[in-house]
Design a protein around this ligand. Structure first.
Ligand code: SF4
Length: 285
């Protein structure tokens, strides 16, 4: 795996360095800017983030401004982006930075991970782009590109697949880890597209891509969807006698294994309206 991945490092860096950097958060490598943009970009399209990011930076240009902003104003700036816990965590982390890091963003991956709302991906992005620390930043785009390069049959929805890819990337990171990480993400956004035919003819790593060579780009990445939730309607019997209630133990396997429950059957009772001791319930499995 390592040998195959080493080959894509230089072409990706070269390709990325030649890309136009028009997005407002790509104008510098200021950690505060990378941080806010990465948090906004979670669950939100790039185009939609542009105007929010610009307004946010105008109103709260420093970490100190963010730490002091009244919650009402913060939420107003976030209005329309959704997932408001992201905004609250930004402020929480800004206060942490003020109190524990003398108002300066931590300069390494391990400390970044301690901040509220910052997970492995965001910590990796900030550490590698702003501080050139050799850590990967693995998001959905990166998982897709790497899975295709390796023609991997692993399910990208499994944490183990992400762990393996992260480990492999750790071993091949170059001296410009930020450009490489950003290049991988951008390649996934612009060329190695999801849910459609990737633009392999314009891809800078086409000659090293096994999915392309083996005509597997439609099948990879593999995503094994979880089974849909099944809702069961049950009739539950409340059997009471002299202050005692009947319960029974569930099966040894399956959902809520070995726990106790009121006796019940898997269909609705027509008599439920006539008896307070027979109730229906919905059971999600
Ligand atoms: S060759 Fe095609 S499938 Fe392979 S990395 Fe490039 S765009 Fe993705």
């Amino acid at each position: 795996m390592k040998q195959e991945l080493r080959k894509i490092v230089e072409p990706i860096i070269e390709w990325y360095q030649n890309q136009e950097k028009t997005l407002p958060w790509k104008q510098d490598k200021e950690p505060y800017h990378i941080w806010v943009s990465e948090i906004m970009l979670q669950q939100t399209r790039i185009e939609a983030v542009k105007k929010y990011y610009t307004r946010f930076m105008k109103e709260l240009p420093t970490i100190q401004d963010l730490a002091c902003v009244p919650e009402e104003k913060l939420l107003k700036l976030w209005e329309g982006l959704g997932y408001y816990s992201r905004a609250r965590n930004l402020k929480k982390a800004a206060i942490q930075i003020e109190q524990e890091y003398e108002g300066k963003m931590p300069t390494n991956y391990a400390d970044l991970l301690k901040l509220a709302g910052i997970g492995e991906y965001t910590a990796g992005a900030i550490a590698s782009i702003s501080y050139k620390e050799k850590v990967p930043a693995v998001d959905g785009n990166v998982l897709r590109v790497i899975s295709r390069v390796l023609a991997s049959k692993e399910d990208v929805l499994l944490p183990e697949t992400k762990r393996n890819i992260t480990k492999a990337l750790f071993e091949i990171l170059p001296d410009e880890p930020g450009d490489f990480n950003e290049g991988l993400m951008e390649l996934g956004e612009k060329i190695c597209l999801p849910n459609t035919v990737p633009l392999c003819e314009t891809c800078p790593i086409q000659e090293f891509c096994r999915a392309y060579k083996e005509n597997l780009t439609k099948e990879i990445p593999i995503r094994i969807k979880k089974q849909k939730r099944k809702i069961e309607k049950r009739t539950v019997f409340i059997l009471e006698y002299q202050n005692h209630m009947a319960i029974r133990k569930r099966e040894k396997t399956g959902i809520l294994a070995n726990l106790y429950e009121f006796p019940n059957v898997i269909r609705r009772s027509d008599r439920r309206r006539n008896s307070k001791n027979i109730r229906t319930m919905e059971h999600t499995i």
